[in-house]
Write a protein that binds this ligand. Sequence first.
Ligand code: NAG
Length: 951
Amino acid sequence: MARDGGSRLTAVCFLASYIWLSCSLQRHSLIDQPRLSSFLLLFISGAAAFGASLFSKWLPGADGRFDSEAALKGMQSSIPHRPRRFYVPCIILLIVFRLEIVHTVVQDFQCSVEGIEAFLPVLLAAHEFFSHRTPPVVSDEPEDMWGDPLEDFKEWLISSPITLLFSTVLFSYGVFMLGDLTPRSTYFCSTLMNKSSYTVLMQCLGVLIDAIILVMLWRVLSWARTTRSRLRTLGGILILASIGVSALWLETRISRHREIIGHHPFKGIGSLYLFDVFSTGLLVSTLIISTVLWACDSTMLEPTAIATFTSGMMGSIQNVLLIGTYLQPTFGPPLTVLSVISAGFIMFTYANNMRWIVVFKRVFLMGLLISIIFASGIVALVKHKLVERHPVDDLVYRNRVEADRWLRHASISTTLKLAVAEYKDRHNGRDPPPNFDKWFEYARKQNSVVIDRFDQIEKDLLPFWGMTPQQIHNGFERLKGLPDIGIITIANGKASRNRPTDGDQETVLESLLWLITPFAEHLPDMSVAINMNERPRILVPWDDIHRLTMAGSQSRFQLLPNRLRTRREDVTISVESNPMDTPKATYVSAKKFRQLEALACPPGSAARGGVQWDVRDFCASCVKPHSKGQFLEDWEMFLDPCHQPDIFNLHDFHTTPHLGDLHQDLLPLFSRSKTDSFSDIIMPMHDIWAFLETEWTSFDKKKDIVVWQESIREVGVVTPQSLVGGQRNRLAHLVNNASAADEVSMLLGVQSDGKTKFQYEKTPTQGANGPLPFECGFTNADHPTNTLLKAQPCEDANCQLVHQEFGFKELRKVLDHRYVLLVDGADGGPHHFLPALRSNSVPVLSSIFREWYTERLLPWVHFVPIDPRYHALHSTMAYFIGLKNRGTINGRSQITTARLEDARWIADEGRKWANKAIRKEDMAVYMFRLLLEWGRVINEDRDNLGFKLPE
Ligand SMILES: *[C@@H]1O[C@H](CO)[C@@H](O)[C@H](O)[C@H]1NC(C)=O
């Protein structure tokens, strides 16, 4: 049928809003409150439909199809049966039910199958097939009664309902196959906790319900007399459905009322959510209204098919562009899928008699698709190449050079004079703090190799230069009263501590005093609050930190005292809402915690937009900025979570509730470690045993095994999300319990021109685990490095759950193995990292936390970095351990030889560097400098204070 400009505009609106929605759907704060969001979205769309009805005159099909006799005649056979009375309430109920299904599926999204939704057009085509209501062929010429029988047959074949059904099945299946090509994340579907078949069943049911809703809606709306009444009916249906959803929402609100703790009035979350609701609401309304207008001109099948096709094409083209990378190693499947989708859709346009596809003429679209396929073939040929040199080889080499450069930059100054000049150079002309000469002398005496480079201290303290000393002091006063805060006071050159109630805390403070005492006489008077919890506690929104940092790094007189003072007010509110009499009971739910972390990211960054809800698929864009191919390249970048919103689902730090208090105001709190989102000041705090001098077995005498062990005592709280998403649990699953369907992409060696080259290959995880000597898992002993402790009964629910899911391994002496995998706990980095670094083993580190020594370590030189998504774990370990003579992968025996010399070199380099730059003496030097700087920041006269060389 001929399409006028108006309906083409509808189609464009439809397509634009569809594409936009499907691109922005990945991250949404909306998913966090599914019922509230559905209610708001439906309501907004309903209101928009009513609004649009006011302007129905300008919308396509404004006369209504029954207004003109001719139109009625021409289209008679495409008008559906008259709708029944019960249709409208039925549609409303089904919409509510459908949204509940979405909600259920999203909860266990890792168990869902990608692409089932692509079969929606098939259901709609089947409906047309069985109701025999395909639109008639409208030809421009008067029908020729005595045509060529062959032509007739061709005509019949093209427009027969069977062809329609077949072509729809073809391209829908192509889109479905696309799901097979998408790499999956290591967030896994537990056989114990999740019901994978139930989730898939729900998905299928959901698609069926979609089809029923669409068909019913189409019938109801097609029978409306005018566009105006059509939109009004639609609006009414949407609003009524939204009321249905809101009833469900209210019900859950009431039943959840118990969960009162953890509901601090945090700032910033609401506005993020509202913004998302309104922007998405606008898109959804456009989508719904344009779908309806379009469908009433033709059938529901048409927009649905075009939407499915568009998704399929976008996915296929993306896949083609990824050919040759670890994400899409081979070119066969992506090209096949692309061709199947294109062929199916072209057939469909004939069978459905569509001359125009949105803005394209059919012939033009055909030409376009053929050229896309052609171009894809060329791209595939060009990009599918062997890798000449193993990327790890390259990384190890380049970082050696980088390590030399780092050291040179860290230890330029050999005399005090040079050190002062260097300090001024690096601090915009600011003088070093008073007693800098004493520090310099001390550092030299301790043989510190790092003299000039203390980036972490600078970064941590800079925002405090944007506050007045009085404000910092007020912050300290607030901290003093909180639980799990230790206080160290320096007065008249003597350091002392308060008396915490907890014995362990006393030990920590005692060792800090021991560290400070030797240089306490050179420190100004001060009191510092020390975080006795492992978790950092100061999570300031980015806007505040940014403002303070700007103020701090600009001229010292341009402070913003007034604005800061007004902020103080809302600060107090959030504290008073903390029930002070039950301070231990405060916690922040994991969900809210993630939202607050998102706020600590700069606007426009990927993580700021909300938490990613798609836990099933691997987020390639999240790893790209810090990776070289599959491998982790830039460790500094990797520690910044703002470009990787998926990490918030993949680490226990984010997936378990934050016990204890959390502050959105910049308070002067010193903590042991933190992630980059936090504004705690890092202070070196370590058990002394981390520096024990021991004779370690040499690298060559150690067992050629990758070991990781975690005591069940260290597991802590287990939530449904952390069980299948936490970094330790995913690792245990990947190595010991991978399912038959799990796949990893592995860089394998191939012989070519007499040389070993490399190519990525998809490998079943079970097959990839086979040749690699992994010994990873949970043990039932108290501490993995301490074999003296006996196993204890596993009684509490968390322990039982972990036991059932992963089983227990026998306790091993971790440091007797060549490769020691070091994985975070829920609250902080791996405890035995420093011993591992000194032990002649290769530390294989996967940690999102920073400690005082983090800036001194270089990946691929002092340790082997592993992304906590573990997508490169197998390739990385295969590089060092080798695959030759270790069995087959993908049915071939492998030729990659071990790069033992690189492993030995890293083990060596790590140990030497640790004994040179991460000793307890270095801790003291760091501490001295930190406290000197701090003493100046909190001094009223800080702008005039400074160390000046005697003339
Ligand atoms: C995972 O593997 C361990 C053995 O390594 C086994 O004890 C445990 O039952 C397995 N878990 C599941 C869910 O199959």
